[in-house]
Structure formats: structure tokens, C-alpha cells
Design a protein around this ligand. Structure first.
Ligand code: AMP
Length: 326
């Protein structure tokens, strides 16, 4: 370890300078592929009580991912981003094959956004020969995305997220509200397995016409791209109906479906559910999750919004960070 001389620095600054060198997190960002390397790189930070933030991604970074990194950068001493296109969570082989892979550009974006360590393992590092364990969150995963994509999807997500949390052992892990069901499922996983991590949710980042940013948007043809904001418009139409006093779930869902129909977009599902249990509700009396999925051409898109019967009725449904960390 390089040690900075005491003659040149006042005491406090000297300690900070030496710690910085010790942690080796000055730019350039380091890219690591092995779990052992990752643990070794994080050990000095952990030993000296630094907070570690993890941003799990499948790459093809856009402003949504960058907002998660920005939140981690603002709140944590060390920021780790994982980049792993997890084969286990793809229910369609063709979706996996055509998932955009741009590791070089992702690395540059991540570094500029302030990531200290990029963890980009090969599939064999995550799933070595003989791998035979699965982490399953029951119930919550049967609905919405689980119903359409099948059990394997969320089992793939929860297994890999559990593994990443064990590999990095972060203080905080950052997820997007864009994947609202995934967020609910991960909070359940963390609470059920007593994992000592805080899950932070970041708001959905959108294009200027409302389309939620997604790595899959790159697959939309120019014509499909003009129809894709219909998902956001459908959520906005239901929200406007709430503002007009509508509380019936059937009426709100119909408002959303009608908006999709007018844009020529056929939904896979449109559902108004309790944000914690993900069970359908009949009337909007508490804040509820309006979630929808649709194929635009061959591209599958999802989006969601929290509908609130009155702004002041908002309440915290998820276990508090303190309860989760217990
Ligand atoms: P992905 O690379 O698609 O697996 O996404 C990695 C993380 O980024 C997940 O926590 C997503 O919820 C989050 N994310 C994806 N799109 C957005 C978005 N438009 N706004 C905010 N977060 C997002």
C-alpha cells in the first residue's frame, strides 16, 4: 500500500488520503469477473466501516440505470454495479438471445456515473457446474408478470439477486420502481431471509413522451415507438379518472384499456392491486398499484403507477428498513 507522507498533509486529511489509497477506489473504475476478486476488493472498505451500495443490472444502460447509480453514489462510500444478463430469468430463448449486450459502452457510462467496481461475471461464475439451488418467493410471484411469464422467471430473479446480495454484501441495494412487482418480491425475500441489506426504490425514469426507459425499447421499430407511449398514457388516463373522483377498479381498468385500444396496443394484463400483496382490489380506498404489460410488435413492455385516492392517504406498505435489517 502506498502511504502518503505526514509532512505534506494535515492529520485528518492524511488519514482520509491514506484510506482512499488503501481502498483503491480512485478512477479508473475496476472491472472484476470473479467472486473472490470482488470480495477481496471490498474487504478494506468493509473493514473500515464504509457503506457499500449495489446496483444490479443486466446492462444496456440508460438513464433509468444511471439514476440508480446516482442514488447509490450520493448515499454510499463505495458503489458496485453488477452487469449480468441472467439466463435463468428469461422465459423465452429468443428474448435472451436478442437482449442488447454492450459491455464496453456500459463500462464507460458506469465509470462516468461514479461506479467504483463493475462486477461482470461469466455465467459459469454465477452458475458453476452442479448448481442446483433455487430461491423462491411464493404467492407474490404467481401474479401479474409471474402469471404471464411462468414460475421460472421470478425464481431466476430471486435466485440471482440473493446470490448477488451474498457476493457483494452491500449495505443498500438499489432497484427501480419501473419493475414494481420485482421490487415487492425482493423486499419480501430480504425480509423473509433476514438479509441485512436495505432495499432502496428509485422512481421510473421516462422519455420526454412518457415511455418508461427500458433496454428493450431499442427493439421497437419507428412505427412501434410512436405507439409505445400508450402504456404511460393508459396509466395517466386512469390517474386522471381518480382525480375526477372515480374509485371503482373496473372503471379505472376500463379507462386504461380503452386508451391502449385507441393506440392499437393489446395488453397482456392491466391490473389494479394492493402494492404489498399484489392482490386485486375492487375499490380504490388506499394507494394501489396499477400495473400493465403489453406487446408492441414483438417487444414486451411493462409499466406501472401508484394511484392514490387522495394525496394525503399515502402510507408505507413495505417493511421499514429497520425491520428488514433485523
Ligand atoms: P435491468 O437492467 O433491466 O435488469 O434493470 C436494472 C435495474 O434498473 C432494475 O432495478 C430496474 O428496475 C431498473 N430500471 C430499469 N428501467 C428503469 C427506469 N426506466 N427507471 C428507473 N429504474 C429502471
Amino acid at each position: 500500500m502506498l502511504v502518503v507522507s505526514r509532512d505534506r498533509y494535515p492529520a485528518g486529511e492524511l488519514d482520509r488520503a491514506n484510506e482512499r489509497i488503501d481502498l483503491q477506489f480512485d478512477p479508473p473504475m475496476r472491472t472484476l469477473r470473479l467472486v473472490g476478486e470482488l470480495r477481496a476488493a471490498l474487504e478494506p472498505a468493509r473493514r473500515t466501516g464504509r457503506t457499500i451500495g449495489l446496483v444490479p443490472t443486466m446492462g444496456a444502460l440508460h438513464a433509468g440505470h444511471l439514476s440508480l447509480i446516482a442514488a447509490a453514489r450520493a448515499q454510499c462510500d463505495v458503489v458496485v454495479m453488477s452487469l449480468f444478463v441472467n439466463p435463468a430469468q428469461f422465459d423465452e430463448r429468443v428474448d435472451l438471445d436478442r437482449y442488447p449486450r454492450r459491455e464496453h459502452e456500459d463500462g464507460e457510462l458506469a465509470e462516468r456515473a461514479g461506479v467504483d467496481l463493475l462486477f461482470a461475471p461469466a455465467p459459469e461464475e454465477v452458475y458453476p457446474p452442479g448448481f442446483s439451488t433455487s430461491v423462491e418467493v411464493r404467492g407474490l410471484t404467481d401474479r401479474l408478470e409471474g402469471e404471464v411469464r411462468g414460475r421460472a422467471h421470478f425464481n431466476g430473479v430471486t435466485t440471482v439477486v440473493c446470490k448477488l446480495l451474498n457476493m457483494v454484501a452491500p449495505d443498500v441495494a438499489y432497484f427501480g420502481q419501473k419493475d414494481a412487482q420485482q421490487l415487492t418480491v425482493i423486499r419480501r425475500l430480504v425480509a423473509d431471509l433476514n438479509l441485512t441489506v436495505r432495499i432502496a426504490a428509485c422512481p421510473t425514469v421516462r422519455e420526454s413522451d412518457g415511455l418508461a426507459m427500458s433496454s428493450r425499447n431499442a427493439h421497437l421499430s419507428p412505427e412501434e415507438r410512436t405507439r409505445a407511449p400508450a402504456l404511460h398514457h393508459a396509466l395517466a388516463a386512469a390517474d386522471a379518472a381518480v382525480s375526477e373522483g372515480e374509485r371503482s377498479a373496473d372503471a379505472l381498468l376500463e379507462r386504461a384499456r380503452e386508451t391502449l385500444r385507441r393506440a392499437g396496443v393489446e395488453p397482456e394484463y392491466v391490473a389494479l392491486v394492493d402494492p404489498c400483496k399484489l392482490e386485486p382490489i375492487a375499490r380504490l380506498e388506499q394507494p394501489a398499484l396499477l400495473a400493465l404489460a403489453a406487446r408492441v410488435g414483438s417487444t414486451r413492455l411493462i409499466d406501472n403507477a401508484i394511484l392514490e385516492p387522495s394525496p394525503s392517504a399515502s402510507e408505507q406498505c413495505h417493511p421499514s428498513p429497520a425491520a428488514v435489517a433485523g
